[in-house]
Design a protein around this ligand. Structure first.
Ligand code: FES
Length: 102
């Protein structure tokens, strides 16, 4: 079952063009601002478990720091391997909090 959950404070979001790692309720997320919208994806790389929130953002894709696989922050699709996809969560900012449907 999915439910809306507070992921972090809006103030914890990185500036546009960067990603950040957020841990809440025993789970790690990768968060970013993209074109004014907030993006929340699973913080664990589906390749071999690298920390996506410690990666870099390039053209709307987060690049994993371990083996440089790049995932689209809006679709979750991996650039080089169609079988790999990171989970993307519906997200919003409300009352200074970043919330995601997890
Ligand atoms: S663990 Fe992320 S690309 Fe390999």
């Amino acid at each position: 079952m999915t439910e809306w959950m507070t992921i972090c404070a809006e103030a914890d979001l990185p500036p546009e063009g960067e990603v950040a790692e957020v841990e809440t309720a025993g789970r790690t997320y990768c968060v970013a601002r993209l074109g004014g919208a907030v993006c929340v994806v699973d913080g664990v790389c589906p390749h071999e478990g690298g920390p996506l929130g410690q990666g870099v953002l390039e053209d709307g894709r987060v690049v994993c720091p371990w083996h440089a696989f790049a995932y689209d922050l809006r679709t979750g699709a991996a650039e080089h391997d169609a079988s790999l996809k990171v989970q993307v969560f519906e997200a919003e900012v409300q009352n200074g909090e970043v919330r995601a449907k997890v």
